[in-house]
Design a protein. Structure first.
Length: 136
């Protein structure tokens, strides 16, 4: 698979109407867009506890339309374990397991991760991160 994996923070920006984040996904749509089931869970939590859960759920459904939803597999679980074991202890404490699972998903599928969280994700070996001019 080629394309990009949309991280939770980027999806949140799109859902909140950020035009730059939205434009990036529109520009990259031809490459193929995917979302990890981990990101889906994080986004669903936000929708479920929103002031208007029905409207938030509808927005989430609209956002997910046309994107591949990537589930966890044994390959991803193994990649997660390897990545976690490779990180120095202080980095394992800095990077949450959810983010490591998202990174493992991107690596296992050969996807570039679109995220604003470059500080943590840059520590993960083998992960390709989208770097828009405004974030460099």
């Amino acid at each position: 698979m080629t394309g990009v994996l949309v991280d939770t923070d980027w999806a949140i920006q799109v859902l909140h109407g950020d035009s730059d984040a939205t434009k990036t996904l529109i520009d990259r749509a031809g490459d193929g867009l995917a979302v990890s089931v981990i990101t889906y869970g994080e986004l669903f939590e936000g929708a479920y506890y929103a002031r208007d859960p029905l409207a938030a759920a509808a927005s989430l459904t609209a956002f997910l339309d046309g994107k591949d939803l990537l589930v966890l597999t044994t390959v991803i679980a193994e990649r997660f374990a390897i990545l976690r074991g490779q990180l120095p202890r202080h980095h394992r404490q800095q990077i949450g397991d959810m983010d490591l699972l998202i990174a493992a998903t991107a690596i296992a599928h050969g996807l570039e991760l679109v995220t604003y969280n470059r500080r943590d994700f840059a520590l993960i070996p083998g992960l390709t991160i989208y770097s828009p001019e405004s974030l460099t």
